[in-house]
Write a protein that binds this ligand. Structure first.
Ligand SMILES: *Cc1c(COP(=O)(O)O)cnc(C)c1O
Length: 347
């Protein structure tokens, strides 16, 4: 129990299957150390809460996954940690927010659900000047398409529930970073608060990793084609896809990612009612808030993944009721295309 002998004493502290997954994720990401957790949110909560104490300051991009936003905006301030949100694409805003000493910076790039970019290298430099560690939630990019450590990130977090399992079977999360940070801050938190990953789930994700690159490349190729199809449909108002030159953050994505995405964000002409009509008219594509799956899944972020945010917070990240998020899976792309066109045609 003192930790001075090799081996495993209790699965809340460590487990050989979980360690095998952590070792492979470290190699895949180019990290010194990795810990796996029960879910992506367990990983992000540990990373954001464990190193902070009352009086510390956290700066985060305003375009964040709903629960990440809740941790920064609702939970941390209750314990005396000041949080500031900035427009992730505005480097002057980052410079202003990081002109004061800061403990942690959290960004998602591409962001959920609108696939907005944060210039990871530029924010890393500003974060380091403020004495902060830069945490990157790399779920949307996957380790196949973006390497945050090479851009200056200090810690990378994943929901392995998404592309790594990628088959809708288990929840799992991962924290990757320097050994010192993990041992000083993450290990005591994980040991004593208990968000331990199930070793069975870790085994599932180990199997998922064997086909990660194949699945992500196939889904991404389909998504690129579907993005073009959707963008030219008369009932689509706006569309964000990283490798399309009409994406507002095209240049930043092109610099730091080596491909597009398995995800597409698009808005329909209209508002909530029209967005729901399109979702309900889909026959092959399921409605679900999961993503990075072998099955194509669509959702209405304002009423699901981002419903915990109030209207002003959603407006701040540019998310109105007309947006849909599509996670492209491995079905035949011509079938997916037909399903989307038929649903949009009915509007
Ligand atoms: C899904 C998701 C999470 C949370 O992961 P869970 O495994 O569902 O807890 C965090 N960040 C992003 C960007 C996500 O898409």
């Amino acid at each position: 129990m003192a930790g001075d002998a090799e081996g495993y004493v209790y699965s809340r502290y460590g487990n050989p299957t979980n360690q095998m997954l952590a070792d492979r994720l470290s190699l895949l990401e180019g990290a010194e150390t990795c810990r796996v957790t029960a879910s992506g949110m367990a990983a992000i909560a540990a990373t954001m809460i464990a190193p902070c104490k009352a009086g510390d300051r956290v700066v985060a991009a305003s375009a964040l996954f709903g629960s990440c936003r809740h941790i920064c905006g609702q939970i941390l301030p209750r314990y005396g940690v000041e949080t500031e949100f900035v427009d992730g694409g505005d480097l002057d805003a980052w410079a202003r927010a990081l002109s004061k000493p800061t403990r942690l910076v959290l960004v998602e790039s591409p962001s959920n659900p609108l696939l907005r970019a944060v210039d990871i290298a530029a924010v890393a430099e500003l974060a380091h000047k403020a004495g902060a560690l830069l945490v990157v939630d790399n779920v949307f990019a996957t380790p196949v398409y973006q390497k945050p450590f090479e851009l200056g990130a200090d810690i990378v977090v994943y929901s392995a529930t998404k592309h790594m399992d990628g088959q809708g079977r288990v929840l799992l999360g991962a924290i990757l970073g320097p050994s010192e940070f993990i041992e000083d801050h993450i290990d005591p938190w994980l040991r004593h608060t208990g968000p331990a990953a199930s070793p069975f789930n870790a085994w599932i994700v180990l199997k998922g990793l064997e086909t990660l690159e194949l699945r992500v490349n196939q889904a991404c190729a389909s998504a690129a084609r579907l993005a073009d199809t959707l963008a030219s449909h008369r009932n689509v108002a706006r569309l964000h896809y990283p490798t399309r030159t009409d994406h507002p953050d095209y240049a930043v994505h092109a610099r730091q990612m080596n491909a597009g995405s398995t995800l597409i964000a698009f808005s329909v002409k209209g508002a909530r009612a029209e967005a729901f009509r399109v979702l309900n008219a889909l026959r092959l594509i399921d409605i679900s808030n999961n993503l990075g799956d072998t099955k194509s899944l669509a959702c209405h972020p304002a009423s699901t993944t981002h419903r915990a945010l109030n209207e002003a917070e959603r407006a701040e990240m540019g998310l109105d009721e007309s947006w849909l998020r599509l996670s492209v899976g491995l079905e035949d792309v011509t079938d997916l295309e037909a399903d989307l066109i038929a649903a949009l045609d009915r509007l």
